[in-house]
Each structure stands twice: as structure tokens, then as C-alpha cells.
Design a protein around this ligand. Structure first.
Ligand SMILES: [Fe+2]
Length: 510
């Protein structure tokens, strides 16, 4: 039997498993399309099928170039679509319906908005661009679910998303289900030959949804924390990970660091790329590094507690002017989710994690700090923050930090019920490069030399935010596994700290 014919039969069989699962799962309103994750029997059969010949169906294949096996690539795209869309729903399972609609701060979005907006992306940029026969069920949906795409017409004010009781969560879940059914049916009709321009935009929509999965976790944590009862997101049975820190009081920099002679180094992604990347990661270019030393691990809670106890938040010389004004205005004296309680004549710090309020653990990385706090800590420690190029050069030398290796070895929270970032136990000497927390750099978010923003609506994705933002590198424990990339450039404003952020220390090598 010709290879293509054999592949086609395998693929039809595989598609049947998806539809079989969809039919079964349609009885469970909250988990449409969820059979491969939620039903152990079907999942076992799926794994068996993979072992019998579908091992090449992987999430991390590229769609930037013509695939060698069109049929398998076609299935990989459908597989990824179903998996990614389901994960967004899975993240909302621990929530009550009331958790889905509130917006306690303008920078936070209600979870139901994330569910709707990620769906809007596919309708707007896939269905309407490629002529799929689909009409919005409500004429206001395009406006309500658009985030900031001026080219796509008016959008609702971000800070007012929580003021809308309609559309309801139920309506949005129905919308998602309808759009998913149309999408899968449409992709399947290409019969194994999806045009590359469609593959590219669908893949972009999935990467966009994975970004929102992390945003969703940031927002859920903030929403639950704003309640005085501090409800937990994860059940109390969730796992507390161990730590590689035998002595939490150890200084991250003094004990272990990695030195580089610097020199001219290559950064950025050259096109065409073998892997997916956003346009802000391009083009490939050189940058010169001075010799430097960088800590093996990020700063711990124990270390950051010393900064607090030493009056770090009360000493203006450690702070940039804007940072000092910011902590004065908002009366900030600790990381975002820390609260102090009197005990034994001194402050005892508690921290809100996805498990609820707990004692601050000294042996885990400090998290939820702004760039200003990271900068002040580094000044206090007589060190500095790395540039994004120093960070990437360091990470490239971490044997456990290759892009594929990260995806395979990082013990991420969704699979492990992690309530906070921790120092992984198997880090091959370099600790916590791969995904505990996003790490603040000293680099402002600017275009790489030769960068050209995409034309049209996708030019609004990254390029227009290249002002007044700071680059963060790495990834965090809430970043979807398949979304990790060494070249990834995250960015936030210097005062923002509801993202899962931390810091690593550097100094010049003499
Ligand atoms: Fe978005």
C-alpha cells in the first residue's frame, strides 16, 4: 500500500477517535471535546494508537513550511487545535460561575472574556478571512470580544469588561463549542491538504490562545486573592514540590554562578524558521556582550525577606525615581501576594498561592515582583539585572534548556498541580532557567535590528507595544508546555507584578 494511502487510512481512523470522543463528551456540558484528557478509557486507546504508529503526530511541528507528510501535518493541526482549546476550558473547571465574571482591577479580565476573546480570534482571522460560512450569533460580539485591534473596528473598554453580565458564561461556552465544531469540520474538509496560509493563521490563533491560558491563570489568582476569604484555586491535596535548596539562606549569586567571556553572539530567529515564533523574535542578528557572571538560580523568598528586613522598601537610594514614587503611592512594602502578621515580636509573612494563604516558604523563588522591585533588590545586593541577551546566552549553555528539552522535562503546574514556582530537582547544574518564573531583564522592549512589523491586523500583535515596556525571559510554571521557546520575548510595564515574575542577579566579570 502506498505510504500516502496508508497514512490516509490511519488518519481517518484517528479522526474517528476524535469524533467518537466528541460524541461521548457532548453529554458533559462543561467539557466539550474533552475526551482525550478526561476519559481514561479513551485516553488509553489514544495512547495505544500513538504507540502503534501515530508517534509522529506531535504538537510542536512547524507549519511555516510545506510539510513532508501533508496528511499527518493536517492531523497534527487538528489535534493541536482540540488540545489547546480544551486546556483553556480545563483551567476554568475549579472556578465557580461567579468567579468567571468579576474584574477587580482594570488590568485583569474576567475569565469568561478570555474564553470569548480567544474564540473571537479564530472567527475574525480564520473564518472571515478565508470565507468560512459562519455568522456571529450576536451583532455585539465582535465589539465585546475584540481586545485592541483597531483594524477590526471598535472594541469595548478593557476596564469595563467586568461590567457586562451578558453575554453569559453559558452563551460563551456555547459559542466556543459551535466555533470549534465549525473549525474542525472545515479543516477536515481539506482532506489532508490544508493550504499553508491557513495553517499559519490557525497556528497563530493557537499560540495566541496559549498566551491567554497564562493570562487566565494570572487573572484567576488575582481575582481569588481579592476576596478576603482567599479561596484556593487548587484542592488542598495539590502537591508541594521539594526544593534543591538545602540551605534557603544561601545567596543565589555567591554560591554558584556561570561566567562568560562575552564577545559577539548571535540572537533572534532567522526566517524561514523551523519552529513557530512571533515576529518580535526576529530577525537574526549579532549583539556584543561584555564578560559577565550570572547566578545559577533566581532569588529565593528567603533572600528577598532579608531585603525587606534590611529596610529595602524604605531606602530610596535603591530605587529608580519612578519606582520609588510607585511604592510610595501604592504603599508597597513586599511582593504582591505577601501579607505580614505579628508573631513572636516580629513580622511573619504569609503568601497567597494557588493553594490559598500559606506561610512564605524560604526555599522557593520570590515571585510577583515588579521590575522596580527587581531593580531595587539587585542594587541592594550590589549586583544588577541581566540584559535579555545575557540571559539568553546563559540559557543556551544550560543542557536542560534546549527548546525541546524544556517541553519534555519541565514539571509544569497543570500536570503536577503546582501551587507556585519552585526550584526543580533535576536541573543539571543550572537551576530554574527553564520555567519557574518569567525573569525581569534590564532590556527595554524594542525592535531587534532589521525588525519589520507584519502588515495588516497582525502588525498590531506585537510591534505597537514596543514602548515603555521591559523584556522578561524564560517562561513560568503557568506557561503551557508547548509554548516555551528560548527566544521568547515577554514584556510588561515596569510597575506590573501580577504576572509570575522573578529575578536573577548578574555582575560584570573582572
Ligand atoms: Fe489576545
Amino acid at each position: 500500500m502506498p505510504d500516502n494511502a496508508a497514512n490516509y487510512l490511519k488518519c481517518k481512523n484517528y479522526i474517528c477517535f476524535f469524533y467518537f470522543g466528541i460524541i461521548i463528551d457532548s453529554f458533559d456540558y462543561q467539557r466539550p471535546l474533552g475526551c482525550l484528557r478526561s476519559d481514561p478509557a479513551v485516553k488509553s486507546i489514544f495512547i495505544l494508537k500513538c504507540l502503534l504508529g501515530y508517534e509522529s503526530i506531535r504538537e510542536d511541528r512547524t507549519y511555516m513550511s510545506k510539510p513532508e507528510s501533508i496528511t499527518l501535518e493536517h492531523l497534527a493541526l487538528i489535534n493541536k487545535y482540540i488540545t489547546v482549546r480544551q486546556k483553556t476550558l480545563d483551567l476554568c473547571v475549579p472556578l465557580e460561575i461567579e468567579d468567571m465574571v468579576v474584574q477587580p482591577a482594570s488590568f485583569v479580565s474576567p475569565p469568561k472574556w478570555h474564553l470569548a476573546h480567544t474564540t473571537w480570534f479564530f472567527v475574525t482571522f480564520v473564518f472571515h478571512r478565508f470565507g468560512v460560512d459562519y455568522a456571529w450569533p450576536d451583532k455585539y460580539f465582535p465589539q465585546l470580544f475584540n481586545s485592541y485591534y483597531k483594524s477590526q473596528g471598535q472594541h469595548w473598554v478593557q476596564g469595563d469588561r467586568g461590567n457586562l453580565s451578558r453575554p453569559t458564561v453559558k452563551q460563551i461556552q456555547t459559542l466556543r463549542q459551535e466555533v470549534d465544531e465549525v473549525m474542525i469540520s472545515w479543516l477536515e474538509r481539506f482532506n489532508g491538504d490544508i493550504p499553508s496560509e491557513i495553517q499559519t493563521v490557525v497556528r497563530l490563533g493557537l499560540e495566541h490562545e496559549q498566551q491567554h491560558q497564562e493570562l487566565l491563570m494570572m487573572d484567576i489568582k488575582y481575582i481569588l486573592w481579592c476576596n478576603p476569604s482567599k479561596p484556593a484555586y487548587l484542592p488542598s491535596t495539590s502537591i508541594h514540590r521539594g526544593s534543591v535548596l538545602s540551605n534557603p539562606g544561601q545567596k543565589a549569586y555567591e554560591n554558584e554562578n556561570w561566567s562568560s567571556d562575552g564577545g559577539l553572539q548571535q540572537f533572534g530567529v532567522g526566517l524561514p524558521s523551523a519552529d513557530f515564533c512571533f515576529d518580535n523574535e526576529t530577525p537574526q542578528h549579532n549583539a556584543y556582550l561584555q564578560p559577565y557572571s550570572i547566578a545559577h538560580r533566581t532569588v529565593s523568598n528567603a533572600e528577598f525577606s532579608e531585603f525587606i528586613a534590611d529596610g529595602g522598601y524604605q531606602e530610596p537610594s535603591f530605587w529608580l525615581s519612578e519606582g520609588w514614587d510607585y511604592i510610595q503611592k501604592d504603599n508597597i512594602n513586599a511582593p504582591l501576594y505577601w501579607r505580614s502578621e505579628e508573631g513572636d515580636g516580629k513580622d511573619r509573612w504569609q503568601e497567597y498561592t494557588l493553594n490559598g494563604m500559606e506561610e512564605v516558604r524560604g526555599d522557593v523563588p520570590v515571585s510577583h515582583i515588579s521590575f522596580h522591585e527587581a531593580y531595587a533588590y539587585a542594587r541592594w545586593a550590589n549586583k544588577r539585572l541581566p540584559t535579555e541577551f545575557e540571559w539568553e546566552h546563559f540559557a543556551k549553555h544550560n543542557p536542560s534548556c534546549k527548546s525541546a528539552s524544556i517541553r519534555e522535562t519541565t514539571e509544569l503546574f497543570l500536570e503536577n498541580n503546582l501551587a507556585q514556582a519552585y526550584y526543580p530537582e533535576h536541573a543539571e547544574g543550572f537551576v530554574n532557567v527553564n520555567g519557574g518564573l518569567w525573569e525581569w531583564t534590564s532590556s527595554t522592549y524594542a525592535p531587534y535590528p532589521g525588525y519589520r512589523s507584519e502588515k495588516g491586523a497582525f502588525g498590531e500583535y506585537n510591534g505597537k507595544f514596543m514602548i515603555n515596556q521591559v523584556v522578561l525571559r524564560g517562561g513560568c510554571f503557568a506557561t503551557p508546555r508547548a509554548h516555551y521557546r528560548m527566544s521568547y520575548r515577554n514584556f510588561y510595564q515596569a510597575h506590573q507584578r501580577w504576572a509570575f515574575t522573578g529575578l536573577r542577579l548578574v555582575e560584570e566579570k573582572v
